[in-house]
Design a protein around this ligand. Structure first.
Ligand code: C2E
Ligand code: MG
Ligand code: MG
Ligand code: MG
Length: 284
């Protein structure tokens, strides 16, 4: 607290440098869309029993002209603070839905049945978000049942009418996934107040599935909660075959992670689909 107060009194070169860097990043980001510096990658979601790709999660990438690839962990928070996430998020949603609709038209819903899009706290503060989602679906012809919106608990508790906004999106027939499940302060409380369909089990828990009995117990408890509430569970950040096998044994059906595939370019997803998911069929 002391430090927090003094920060604004004393000159802090480090803080100053960070503020300048942040402002520069925000300025660069404001032109990124029009300059065509953003694109989406798609990470396969795999059915553990069959090894087939059943869906993808869209993940945004920024190829900065000078700095190269900037992580979304760095620029999404900047976009949130400046409000730029609103137009950016709409572009992400439209691009992802267009791409999924095209894949489904071309390869059929058996080859790829759903796409997941991350939506951040600031976007949920926009009361018009459900309308935006509805128009994007109408425009692209994607079936609402083929879209999942990923939210975090922090986003729902971020204030305003975020929970109502989530409910309105759900009412369109879109699925709601709770991202990074278990890492927040009230993940279970949220299951009562929000219409959640999917739990995305955070990598930090998945890492422990081949660890101690206690660590495994957490992963087991989460699948039990999901089953009891009739929700799907997706294990995130699966990096080894041993983890995939163990998750399958514990009752998990769906997983995502480098063990199956990294986030891929659209063309790479197409090769994967046309090879019938062979490239991904490393699951149990
Ligand atoms: P997330 O939604 O939880 O996405 C999962 C992150 O884990 C992705 O990082 C993905 O590349 C990474 N990952 C997947 N499998 C593995 C694995 O086996 N091992 C490891 N170490 N990592 C794995 P990414 O793409 O850097 O995204 C980071 C976060 O940035 C996302 O976390 C999400 O919160 C946010 N983000 C990414 N794209 C978007 C977007 O389009 N919109 C919004 N609002 N946020 C986004
Ligand atoms: Mg996500
Ligand atoms: Mg996650
Ligand atoms: Mg995460």
């Amino acid at each position: 607290k002391e430090l927090g107060k003094n920060r604004y009194v004393h000159y802090d070169a480090d803080l100053d440098a960070r503020a300048v860097e942040h402002a520069q990043l925000a300025a660069d980001l404001s032109h990124a869309l029009e300059r065509d510096e953003l694109h989406l990658l798609y990470q396969p979601v795999v059915d553990l029993p069959s090894g087939q790709v059943v869906g993808v999660e869209a993940l945004v990438r920024w190829n900065h002209p000078r700095d190269g690839m900037v992580s979304p962990m760095r620029f999404i928070p900047v976009a949130e603070r400046t409000g730029l996430i609103v137009p950016l998020g709409e572009w992400i949603l439209r691009t992802a839905c267009q791409q999924a609709a095209q894949w489904i038209r071309e390869y059929g819903a058996d080859a790829l049945s759903r796409i997941s899009v991350n939506v951040s706290a600031r976007q949920l503060l926009e009361p018009t978000l459900p309308q935006t989602v509805a128009s994007v679906l109408a425009e692209t012809g994607l079936d609402p049942a083929q879209l999942t919106v990923e939210i975090t608990e922090t986003a729902v508790f971020g204030g305003g009418r975020a929970a109502e906004t989530v409910a309105a999106i759900h009412a369109l027939g879109v699925s709601i996934a709770l991202d990074d499940f278990g890492t927040g302060h009230s993940s279970l409380g949220l299951l009562r107040t929000c219409p959640v369909d999917v739990l995305k089990v955070d990598k930090s828990f998945v890492d422990g599935v081949t660890g101690t009995v206690e660590q495994e117990a957490i992963v087991t408890s989460i699948i039990e909660i999901a089953q009891a509430l009739g929700l799907h569970a997706i294990a995130e950040g699966v990096e080894t075959g041993a983890q995939a096998d163990r998750l399958h044994t514990l009752g998990y059906r769906l997983a995502q992670g480098f063990h199956f595939a990294k986030p891929l370019r659209a063309t790479e997803i197409e090769s994967l689909i046309t090879s019938n998911g062979d490239g991904c069929a490393t699951a149990a």
